[in-house]
Design a protein around this ligand. Structure first.
Ligand SMILES: [Zn+2]
Length: 128
């Protein structure tokens, strides 16, 4: 690995925005906050997750967590209070964002060249 790539990936890891997890009953709020994964529960069972698209396009992403519906994601709560989703989130329309959501952080998939400034903007709260 070249030295620049190493510096770049070190820097990216430093500025990678962290998403908090917020549990809500029945429905996600109309206006989602940036850098927040909303887990919607019914009778204490999580059935859906929602977040603003981390690419900054302003769209809300919904991930179904109910195993008898497709597509379905598995939500895991991590020890530090963050969350992970499995498999990756892959938007087929709009911005085509494709990323893994792990321990509250967005890892863009290799086929996506998302410029660093998008992460920086998200980190600085410049996104809507
Ligand atoms: Zn997007």
């Amino acid at each position: 690995m070249g030295i620049w790539i190493r510096i770049k990936s070190w820097f990216r890891e430093r500025v990678r925005p962290r998403f908090g997890t917020q549990y809500v009953a029945e429905d996600a709020p109309k206006h989602l906050k940036a850098r927040t994964l909303y887990v919607v529960t019914e009778d204490g069972e999580p059935w859906s997750a929602a977040m603003l698209c981390p690419c900054g396009c302003g769209e809300t992403l919904h991930m179904n967590l109910m195993p008898d519906e497709r597509p379905v994601w598995r939500l895991s709560a991590d020890a530090d209070g963050s969350s992970s989703l499995h498999p990756s989130v892959n938007r087929m329309k709009g911005c085509q964002a494709h990323f893994w959501f792990r321990t509250g952080r967005v890892y863009w998939c290799g086929d996506q060249k998302v410029p660093l400034w998008k992460d920086l903007r998200l980190l600085l709260g410049l996104e809507k």
